[in-house]
Design a protein around this ligand. Structure first.
Ligand SMILES: Cc1ncc(COP(=O)(O)O)c(C=O)c1O
Length: 383
């Protein structure tokens, strides 16, 4: 459901509301919560919902059954899995990551190393390949960069990390539902990702996490909550981990948000991901070619199709004001400091004509210098 007067190019930040989600959430409110009340945990399958949606997301990311579950936020899942990874590599002190990774990934790693006080360090580098050595416990990367839209070669980096004896944790926030993923085939150890971007799960949708089958029995997590216990309803006084990925669950899941996420994921599963990817690349080609005709924008996204996710980013010194002027004219993208205009091209609902019309607005804003208006200069709290 998109308003008629909007071209929405921000599904890489918050996916739009699917029509089916409105119906489904109302049903959960009225029939399940409203009528069945607490009986819904069993009668309407609430207790299994995060596993059911996790399995469905697993199908989107190339993960086998029993490896993916929905829980918590991406930030919290990062904390949990990063801690587990460090525990699996005693004697190695480094969490290796890329410069320019999403801040939460960096901050969570910094918080964890400070908490552990065991000499771990977060190392940020422009060239992770050359820094993979026997000090690295875990390589933590975001598959598609939130700012530039550049996408890593997951298979090659995972192989290189393993050759150095390190584990790999991928943040799939900008990939899940947007690009083909083969976590199992690529030998990935751990992954996390957002539910509210290309999965269209709604604002603050719960996140997902993936743990490779062969690592699950050794998974020691720092947050050991009652729903990750082997027998939650035995109410024992000591923690015993649940079998498999279920131990990564901490507390009671947000059922309304899970129901919304499931609908978004169901829609994503209907579209063959190869077709989604092909359309995404063609949308990007068109968008880049037309926008570059305007001049003044510096493309940050790689030109090589295989090296980009599903967003296009341009740098412009007046990027903030330009984006504000575009938003006021109905073309919604977003801005990331210091100078980046981001445009999410979510193929499930962005059409070629939208790209054409969006660039007409770019042209209008640039040629008429509309962005110079004083009201576009004032920074809002969310950009
Ligand atoms: C790469 C990446 N990781 C994580 C997040 C957000 O994590 P959380 O949902 O915990 O706020 C984002 C949000 O944009 C992101 O781009």
């Amino acid at each position: 459901m998109l308003p008629d007067d909007v071209i929405y190019l921000d599904g890489n930040s918050l996916g739009p509301l699917p029509k089916a989600t409105k119906t489904r959430v109302l049903e959960v409110l009225e029939r399940e919560w409203g009528h069945s009340l607490i009986r819904s945990w069993t009668d309407h399958g609430w207790i299994d919902l995060q596993f059911r949606v996790g399995e469905k997301i697993g199908r989107l990311i190339g993960a086998p059954a029993g490896t993916t579950v929905v829980a918590d936020s991406t930030s919290v899942n990062l904390f949990k899995l990063l801690a587990a990874a460090l525990h699996m590599r005693p004697g190695r002190a480094v969490i290796l990551t890329e410069e320019g990774n999403f801040p939460t990934d960096l901050y969570v790693a910094q918080g964890l190393t400070a908490l552990l006080q065991r000499g771990h360090v977060l190392r940020q580098t422009a060239d992770v390949m050359s820094k993979l050595d026997d000090t690295v416990a875990v390589l933590m990367l975001t598959h598609a960069n939130y700012r530039s839209g550049a996408m890593h070669d997951m298979a090659a980096l995972t192989r290189a990390a393993h050759a150095a004896g390190a584990l790999v944790l991928w943040d799939l926030s900008h990939s899940a539902g947007a690009v083909p993923l083969r976590l199992d085939a690529d030998g990935v150890d751990f992954a996390v990702g957002c539910g509210y971007k290309y999965l269209n799960g709604g604002p603050g949708a719960p996140a997902f996490l993936f743990v490779a089958k062969h690592l699950q029995d050794d998974l020691r997590l720092p947050l050991t909550g009652w729903l990750g216990h082997a027998a939650p309803f035995a109410f024992e006084s000591s923690y015993r981990p649940a079998a498999g990925v279920a131990r990564a669950v901490v507390g009671t899941p947000p059922i309304l948000s899970l129901a919304a996420l499931e609908t978004g994921v169901d829609i994503a599963l209907e579209a063959p991901i190869a077709a989604v990817r092909a359309k995404s690349l063609r949308l990007a080609e068109l968008f880049i070619a037309l926008t570059e005709q305007e001049g003044g924008f510096r493309l940050l996204t790689p030109r090589q199709p295989a090296a980009r996710g599903s967003q296009v980013a341009f740098a412009h010194p007046d990027g903030y004001a330009i984006m504000q002027a575009m938003i006021e004219r109905g073309v919604i993208g977003d801005f990331r400091a210091p100078d980046v205009l981001r445009f999410g091209l979510a193929p499930l609902y962005v059409r070629y004509v939208d790209v054409w019309d969006a660039v007409a607005v770019v042209r209008d804003v640039m040629r008429g210098e509309a962005w110079r208006d004083a009201r576009y200069q004032q920074r809002r709290s969310v950009t």
